[in-house]
Design a protein around this ligand. Structure first.
Ligand code: FAD
Length: 327
C-alpha cells in the first residue's frame, strides 16, 4: 500500500478551512482536507429559489419537527422551511458546556460549512480601498428569472434586522427626536438584482408581466414591512428610488405602468398621518407622477430648476413639517 504524506491537514471545509486550503494549494502546498459533513448537490439540496407552493408547509416549515430536531438551530432566522437542511440536528449534535456557562452556536455540517446558511451570496474585496464591493453574481440574468422573485417574510433576514435596528435606535434616542427610516421603493429593490439598471429596462420590454410580478412580490413584502418599522418606533418613512431612476432610464409611461401602482400601494398602506418623504433623482419628467403616487415631501435634485420643480410638484406639497409623533 502506498502512503501519501501531506504538508498540512485542514479540518473543516467552511469559510475558514476553505480559504486556508485555497491559499495553500495555490502556493503548491499539499493539503488534506477532512470534512465531517456530506457534499451538497445543487439540484437536490438548494431550495432558496423555489416557489412557496412547492414546499409542503408553504414556507412556514414543520414547526413540530423543527422543535423536536433543531430546537437551538431554529432560533437562527435562516433555519426555516427553505434552509433547515443546512443546519445540524441538535439531538445528533448535542451541546456540551459547563452548566454555569451556556454557549450555543449555530452549526452547519457540510462541505462549505455555514456559508450555505445564507444562500452563498458573496462580495469579494477588490483590494482597492476606495471602491465599493461589487457583487459577483446577480439573481437575475434574463427576463424570465423575474418569475422566481416571490414574496418573502417581512420580518426576517435583512428586513428583520432593519426593524430591530429601528427598535434599538428608538430606545436610545431622546423622545423629542423624530426618526425617519429609509425604505427603498419596489423599483429600487429590483434595480439591485441586475448588474446594470439598463437590463431591467430591457426586461420591462421583453417580459413585462414577469417584471410586474416581481414588483408585486416586493410590494407584498414591503407593505407589512413598513408598518412594522413604524410599530418599532419610526416616525416617518424616507421612500427612495436612487440609482436606477438617477440614470434617466424611465419614461413617464414606464413609471405610470410599472412603478406608480406599487409605490402608491406601499404609501397607502401607512396611516395617513405618517410623514412620507418620496425621494428620487433624475426624475424631472416624473415629478407629477411621483406626486400622484404619494408622499408629503417630494425630493428634487440638482438637475431641475427649483421653480420648475416647485411648479411640477405643486406648492402645497412642500409646506408640511415632520414632527415627532406622540405615542
Ligand atoms: C444564518 C447565517 C447568516 C450569515 N450571514 C453571513 C453573511 O452575510 N456574511 C458573512 O460574511 N458571514 C455570514 N455568516 C457567518 C459565516 O457563515 C460564518 O462566520 C462562516 O461561514 C464560518 O466559517 P467557519 O469555516 O469558521 O465555520 P463553519 O462554516 O461552521 O465550518 C466548519 C466546518 O467544519 C466541519 N467540521 C466540524 N467539526 C469537524 C470535525 N470534527 N471534523 C471534520 N470537519 C468538521 C463542519 O462540517 C463545517 O463544514 C452567517 C452565518 C449564519 C449562520
Amino acid at each position: 500500500m502506498t502512503t501519501k504524506t501531506y504538508d498540512v491537514i485542514v479540518v473543516g471545509s467552511g469559510a475558514s478551512g476553505g480559504w486556508v486550503a485555497k491559499e495553500l494549494t495555490e502556493k503548491g502546498v499539499e493539503v488534506l482536507m477532512l470534512e465531517a459533513g456530506p457534499p451538497r448537490v445543487p439540484t437536490r439540496d438548494f431550495t432558496e429559489h423555489i416557489w412557496p407552493y412547492q414546499l409542503k408547509y408553504r414556507g412556514f416549515g414543520n414547526q413540530k419537527k423543527l422543535l423536536a430536531d433543531q430546537p437551538v438551530q431554529r432560533l437562527c432566522y435562516a433555519c426555516d422551511d427553505y434552509s433547515h437542511q443546512f443546519f445540524v440536528n441538535d439531538s445528533e449534535h448535542p451541546y456540551t458546556f459547563p452548566a454555569d456557562k451556556p454557549f450555543m452556536w449555530i452549526r452547519g455540517r457540510q462541505v462549505g460549512g455555514k456559508t450555505f446558511c445564507w444562500a452563498r451570496v458573496s462580495y469579494r474585496y477588490s483590494g482597492r480601498a476606495t471602491e465599493k464591493p461589487v457583487l459577483e453574481s446577480w439573481p437575475i440574468h434574463q427576463a424570465a428569472d423575474w418569475l422566481a422573485i416571490t414574496p418573502r417574510p417581512h420580518d426576517r433576514g435583512a428586513l428583520g434586522e432593519q426593524i430591530e435596528a429601528v427598535r434599538l435606535l428608538r430606545r436610545q434616542l431622546p423622545d423629542d427626536v423624530p426618526l425617519i427610516e429609509t425604505v427603498f421603493t419596489p423599483l429600487a429593490v429590483l434595480g439591485e438584482m441586475v448588474p446594470e439598471p439598463g437590463e431591467l429596462r430591457l426586461h420591462l420590454r421583453q417580459q413585462p408581466n414577469a417584471v410586474r410580478g416581481a414588483l408585486e412580490a416586493v410590494t407584498t413584502t414591503y407593505v407589512p414591512f413598513v408598518r412594522a418599522l413604524l410599530e418599532a418606533g419610526a416616525d416617518g418613512i424616507y421612500f427612495a428610488t436612487t440609482d436606477w431612476a438617477s440614470r434617466d432610464l424611465m419614461t413617464p409611461d414606464d413609471y405610470r405602468a410599472f412603478v406608480l401602482p406599487h409605490t402608491r400601494a406601499v404609501i397607502r398602506a401607512l396611516r395617513p398621518s405618517t410623514p412620507v418623504i418620496h425621494f428620487g433623482t433624475g426624475t424631472a419628467t416624473l415629478l407629477p407622477l411621483m406626486r400622484e403616487a404619494g408622499g408629503d415631501v417630494i425630493g428634487l435634485d440638482w438637475r431641475i430648476d427649483l421653480d420648475r420643480g416647485w411648479a411640477a410638484v405643486g406648492q402645497q406639497w412642500s409646506r408640511r413639517s415632520v414632527r415627532r409623533r406622540r405615542r
